[in-house]
Design a protein around this ligand. Sequence first.
Ligand SMILES: CC(C)(COP(=O)(O)OP(=O)(O)OC[C@H]1O[C@@H](n2cnc3c(N)ncnc32)[C@H](O)[C@@H]1OP(=O)(O)O)[C@@H](O)C(=O)NCCC(=O)NCCS
Length: 181
Amino acid sequence: MRDRVDASAGLVLRRWKAEDAWAVMTAFADPLMRGQSVEPVDSAQAAARWITARSEQWAADSAYSFAVVDGGGLVLGQVCVGPVDRRHATGWVSYWTTATARGRGVASRACRAVARWAFDEAELFRLELGHRVNNPASCAVARAAGFAVEGQQRQKLQYDGVRFDVELHARLATDTEPFPA
Ligand SMILES: CC(C)(COP(=O)(O)OP(=O)(O)OC[C@H]1O[C@@H](n2cnc3c(N)ncnc32)[C@H](O)[C@@H]1OP(=O)(O)O)[C@@H](O)C(=O)NCCC(=O)NCCS
């Protein structure tokens, strides 16, 4: 299974490295990243643990997290397929981009590329993702990457005592490849 993907516009998806710790810590300092990690990633040590955990997930074939980098190697974000369920050939997709990388198609391109990888390399059939209904940017990414809306899950998530509906999207291996941006 390849662990490096060349996406469009010069983006590369690759495994996380120990030297990405600073970039990871900086990315998680953004308030919009709240909820993207169970443990706070608020120190170099926490970022190193986050990277080690991603590596262990790869080794266990339970989740495949890629750093999204530009042609110069700058970390722009993450896309992840996992947890995966081998029995049903399904996987959960998630993504984030660094605050400075947003609004130029990075997440959409990376999500499209990781979906292709998941079907072709990881041999999954169905990919799912969900976003809070008050996260229109995430919805736009999902749609751009060919994930159809399947419905709303009522009050699935809770942040600071407030519950949020989540919109579920999914893409099948047999779905048409989305038109590239
Ligand atoms: C959601 C997120 C990954 C988007 O990353 P990005 O690299 O900016 O995404 P892209 O540039 O590929 O696309 C963003 C799309 O959202 C749209 N968008 C951005 N802000 C928006 C808003 N407030 N309302 C509506 N659409 C919005 C953009 O116009 C673009 O759509 P388009 O391609 O049709 O023009 C990024 O904002 C992020 O990391 N947020 C914090 C973590 C997060 O929410 N992750 C997803 C959890 S489900």
